[in-house]
Design a protein around this ligand. Sequence first.
Ligand code: PMP
Length: 428
Amino acid sequence: MKRALFRRGALLAQQVASESSPSAATSPALAPRIHRAMSSVSIPPPACLLRPLEAPYRYMFGPGPSNVPPRILAAGAKPIIGHMHAEMFEIMNDIKKGIQYAFQTENNMTIAMSGSGHTAMECAVFNTVEPGESVLVAINGIWGERVAEIAQRMGANVHTMVKAPGGYFTNQEIEQALAKHKPVLFFLTHGESSAGIAHPVDGIGDLCHQHDCLFLVDSVASLGGAPLYMDKQNIDILYTGSQKALNAPPGTAPISFSERACKKMFNRKTKPVSYLLDMTHLSNYWGCDGKPARIYHHTGPVSGFFALRESLAILAETGLENSWRHHKEVAEYLYKGLEDLGLKLFVPDKSLRLPSVTTIAIPSGYDWREIVAYVMKHHQMEITGGLGPSVGMVLRVGLMGYNCNKANADMALAALGDALQHCRKSAA
Ligand code: PMP
């Protein structure tokens, strides 16, 4: 690679030299010296950047990101304005209202993070927990593992409840763990995208409150795809991502904090470990702190916020309940088609399945990597294997928001059927 760049540099030098001195052009040994002499930079422009950008169209039928509809792409392509312009603050206010609707919350402390779902995850933990405090994390797939690690890194005293992917926790198990570990924060994944579970949430918020604990819920893979009611279900901190059922590009992450969560996070003894994710600053940036002036904190992703606003507008037009119903109908259509292909759903209990991301048990004798690669190569379609603890256990098909319709389910089924016929069936 380096040599190719060097040759290109030498060639350029030869071309330039040949215009002024034919003899230099015929002497390749001189060319690099001439090139160096003519330029103050020693690293030439990368050849790859002199070619046009290529991004193929892919059917994004994995666990996310999903395809972005033209309307949202167009919103993201609008001219840039300043992150502190009055019009931008107006757009951020609209986003806040859109998130309040999507989360079903009246929380004032509702914003979008500049960053992916992980940013919201870290923001939630960093702001509500102080070093040495007890945190309880439910792990039934990768997302609990991640939150446990995030909390460990900031010095929390982390306790975990662990189930294999596909498992879920009863309210009784959760209450016992709350009583035992006395956490200040309990984490649960609503839409466990690595396992394909939509975890029941009813009653858990009440238990947390009885034990003086904040209830933190991850809805990155489930928001808009499965019912969730932040206020009614007593969730203290809820976050999601832009790139799943909301169909915006990756890179922004809605999050909301209850009054109880605000009380805890704004009465800390220590400052949060992250300046960027400090809610004292972010609440001002989003106009949630009641102060008349907004002070520069960081430059938010202006285009990403345009796109997020449009995606929330589409959800508002569609209606949450319609969106939930639609995801369920298409998921059920997909389950039937998968079973007709002879495939087994990974989560046996239909009522626990996550409608936005369906997990399929890897058919016996097949290598999941071959299936995934075949579908990508021959159908330009992303479906994926497992993630974290579910690797080697599942295939995952995600039909979210804009992608969620029966025609796309048919396409995914046809691609999987084709892969089953063509991928080697080993003797395993
Ligand atoms: N939580 C869940 C349930 C997810 O599915 C994902 C993304 N796959 C994340 C968190 C992390 O989000 P991001 O990749 O946007 O950081």
